[in-house]
Design a protein around this ligand. Structure first.
Ligand SMILES: NC(=O)c1ccc[n+]([C@@H]2O[C@H](COP(=O)([O-])OP(=O)(O)OC[C@H]3O[C@@H](n4cnc5c(N)ncnc54)[C@H](OP(=O)(O)O)[C@@H]3O)[C@@H](O)[C@H]2O)c1
Length: 271
């Protein structure tokens, strides 16, 4: 009998793409889904979910736009219930560190009866190369409502390695991995490392949440600006200014540091 496929939700995103590539390279049967795939998977259209889940053995869940969104707990509850009915045997949830809604989602997964692994991730390093902070880096100024609070930026190559281990390996069931990089950096320090690797000046402006919201709203819409501003207000109060052991616990090796990330990424930032 053919092995059941591993479903990757958010397969074209920063994490899903890496998870999908690794699983395919290892020879696993994989089904990657997003709004653009055929069949599509759309969080706002629950009628698209059963087809994606059909026959899947394991599921990687990256929620969009963010597990901090008010819609997330209801959607995650509905998804895990459907996954259990569909015979899914393990579920790996990408979660965010220090977010109250993300923690609610973790609790829903814990209480679902499904074998699970929780990946509670810190701020992604790849936000500076593939996410919303690439534009500001290229313009030479990163403006965040993060003051001088330190964050242990996580390299998504590490996150994807952990996700694949949890989806395919033994010993990860019921685990909560706090995934962080190996050092604490303020956004000012991160910008300085990026400057050095990129060979161009990148500054940091510690804006207020109100300034951040006012700048983001015309670009991303008021709803997303509300979400991200509240998320930043919550997670940049110092609660996440500590290192987690998740990469070492899951993989038995150290996470990649921010300087190594910058060296690999520097081409993207060159003029
Ligand atoms: N960024 C961070 O620093 C950070 C830190 C910790 C945790 N997280 C968590 O990371 C998760 C996001 O993961 P990511 O960064 O890998 O994703 P991403 O790069 O933001 O990509 C989003 C993925 O979801 C799909 N998507 C977007 N809207 C969708 C919708 N309405 N229905 C179905 N699919 C949709 C996108 O593909 P299509 O456009 O093709 O649909 C894409 O595959 C969030 O839940 C967030 O809480 C982020």
């Amino acid at each position: 009998m053919a092995a059941k496929p591993i479903l990757v939700i958010g397969a074209t995103g920063k994490t899903g793409r890496r998870v999908l590539t690794r699983l395919t390279g290892l020879g696993h049967a994989v089904r990657g889904v997003s709004r653009q795939t055929e069949p599509p998977f759309v969080w706002e259209r629950r009628e698209t979910w059963p087809e994606a889940l059909r026959g899947a053995g394991a599921v990687y869940v990256s929620y969009s736009p963010d597990l901090a969104a008010p819609s997330a707990p209801g959607d995650i509850e509905a998804l895990v219930s459907l996954a259990a009915d569909a015979g899914v045997e393990r579920l790996v949830l990408l979660s965010g560190r220090g977010e109250h809604n993300a923690i609610r989602c973790e609790e829903i997964v814990r209480g679902s009866g499904l074998p699970y692994t929780l990946l509670r991730a810190s701020w992604f390093a790849q936000n500076f190369t593939e996410g919303a902070l690439l534009g500001p880096v290229l313009e030479g100024l990163v403006a965040m409502p993060a003051g001088e609070v330190a964050e242990p930026f996580l390299d998504l190559e590490d996150l994807a390695d952990v996700a694949v281990a949890a989806l395919t390996g033994d010993g990860h069931e019921g685990r909560l991995y706090e995934l962080t990089g190996p050092e604490l950096l303020t956004f000012r320090e991160a910008a300085a490392r990026i400057s050095k690797a990129a060979g161009r000046e990148v500054g940091y402006d510690a804006v207020t949440p109100e300034q951040f919201h006012a700048a983001l709203s015309p670009l991303a819409g008021p709803e997303y600006a509300d979400l991200l501003t509240e998320l930043c207000r919550e997670v940049f109060d110092g609660r996440n200014a500590s290192l987690g052991d998740g990469v070492r616990e899951a993989l038995g090796r150290e996470p990649r540091d921010f300087t190594a990330f910058c060296e690999t990424a520097s081409e993207v930032w060159r003029p």
